[in-house]
Design a protein around this ligand. Sequence first.
Ligand code: NAD
Length: 246
Amino acid sequence: MSLKGKTALITGAGRGIGRAIALAFAKEGANIAAIYAGNAQAAQEVCQQAIQLGVQAKAYQCDVSSFDLAKQTVQAVQKDFGGIDILVNNAGITRDGLVYTMKEADFNAVLDTNLKGAFHFIKHCYPIFVKKRAGKIINISSVSGLMGNGGQANYAASKAGLIGLTKSVARELAGRGICCNAIAPGFIETDMTAAIDKEDNPLAGLIPLRRMGKPEEVAQLAVFLAGSGSDYITGEVIRVDGGLAM
Ligand code: NAD
């Protein structure tokens, strides 16, 4: 078990990619602090499944876009688990539309959740990691942040911003033995992409591996980036996209 005894804080852990990461980490022996926005039942179910895998797990409600709530949540996790070793900034939203019609509120909401949310948790975990001279930070970006995507200017800007944040934090913290990397998923089967027709999907033609990815396939990379096998990797952005953005 590559993460035995570690504590992982994962935002947006109630469903989709965050849920898959939480359960994959638990399988590797990590204790789970599952951060959720509104669906307490889903987050509790993830925790129950993690506990059945033999680890400790607890759900915390927190809107990641709030600096103060993120601070309180990190403090609560630190108190309950006695430390934090791994931070996964996974919570994210879309508010798609052409720039021509995009409302300022939709631009702000996406930046506040996807980019500032990650900043908040990095900021509040920073002293914990620095004190231990250890830590793994994983930010869930997107191929939209690498390629841009018409109709997703807000989302792509937030995900490109996450890459700049990742590389800057990696440079700041490398001297303390702390690694910060980003994962850029392509089209993954979750609620976020539920509207995309999987049987007759024109996007599949653009994906060299000719299918959408599964949350578990993103989670496997997160396990690697959270463990000691990736200790010499920092500031990296790794795609899990079936070759879409190569
Ligand atoms: P999802 O919608 O199933 O999950 C997103 C999670 O984030 C949910 O649990 C939601 O409650 C949580 N969340 C949203 N706003 C929040 C807030 N303010 N505070 C706390 N939690 C909040 O989607 P997913 O596909 O599992 O997405 C996970 C991450 O992966 C996101 O950052 C997304 O942008 C990214 N991503 C997904 C895909 C994809 O194809 N599904 C592709 C690239 C990147």
